[in-house]
Design a binder for this molecule. Structure first.
Ligand code: SAH
Ligand code: MG
Length: 200
């Protein structure tokens, strides 16, 4: 049984925890966009790469009681925090958290209507190429942080070599999406930038 007051308070606590611990949870406008997408496209099975503390997984699963989320996290502290938060919301029957590096996970037998990629930005292309095989016909892959806090548009502001390399990878990934003939991609200028790729 879902208790809205409990969920509301757990979600607020997660926002405070993320702020205090520098966990990059999804921006408000982006999750609003994704929630609407899930609703309008009657999406039921979702795979998420990058759980962090369970924030986006919980909010996606709340769109409808038909939604089931499988989410992958490699960081043990975040994984444990996510499991705790999901349980506190009473959503552990609908959200499965896999503790592993996404590139090492075998999900054979699983199919998803939507895949949400929100883990290591430098690996987006690898995630996309690996997980597209788990998509149902006409499925959608959504990726977060395509703008990387505005740095993709303003590379002159970047001081660290690692950040520059990551931003370059994100740019390459955007080009890959644009030229990918199997998917129709739209870039949505909401939050930190989303890509929405629908399989043709
Ligand atoms: N989707 C979350 C935020 C995820 S932050 C939300 O919006 O609430 C990115 C997370 O991806 C981090 O917790 C990080 O540990 C995890 N991550 C990064 N690379 C990963 C990989 N290769 N496999 C699994 N998890 C990964
Ligand atoms: Mg993100």
């Amino acid at each position: 049984m879902i208790d809205e007051n409990v969920i509301h308070s757990v979600v607020r606590d997660m926002e405070r925890y993320a702020e205090a611990n520098n966990v990059p949870i999804i921006e408000h406008d982006s999750i609003v966009y994704i929630a609407k997408y899930i609703e309008e496209h009657h999406i039921k099975k979702i795979l998420e790469i990058g759980t962090a503390i369970g924030y986006s997984a919980i909010l996606m699963s709340l769109v409808s009681s038909d939604v089931e989320v499988t989410t992958i996290e490699r960081d043990e502290k975040n994984y444990k925090e996510a499991v705790k938060n999901i349980k506190a919301c009473g959503l552990d029957k609908r959200i499965e958290v896999v503790f592993n590096d996404a590139l090492d996970v075998n999900l054979s037998g699983y199919k998803f209507d939507m895949i949400f990629i929100d883990a290591a930005k430098a690996q987006y292309l690898k995630f996309f190429e690996k997980f597209k095989y788990y998509l149902n016909d006409n499925g959608t892959i959504i990726c977060d942080n395509l703008k990387f806090h505005g740095l993709v548009e303003h590379k002159e502001k970047i001081e660290s070599k690692n950040v520059l390399s990551m931003v370059n990878k994100l740019e390459e990934f955007s080009d890959y999406l644009k030229s990918n003939q199997d998917f129709q991609t739209e870039f949505i200028d909401v939050g930190d930038g989303l890509s929405v790729s629908v399989r043709k």
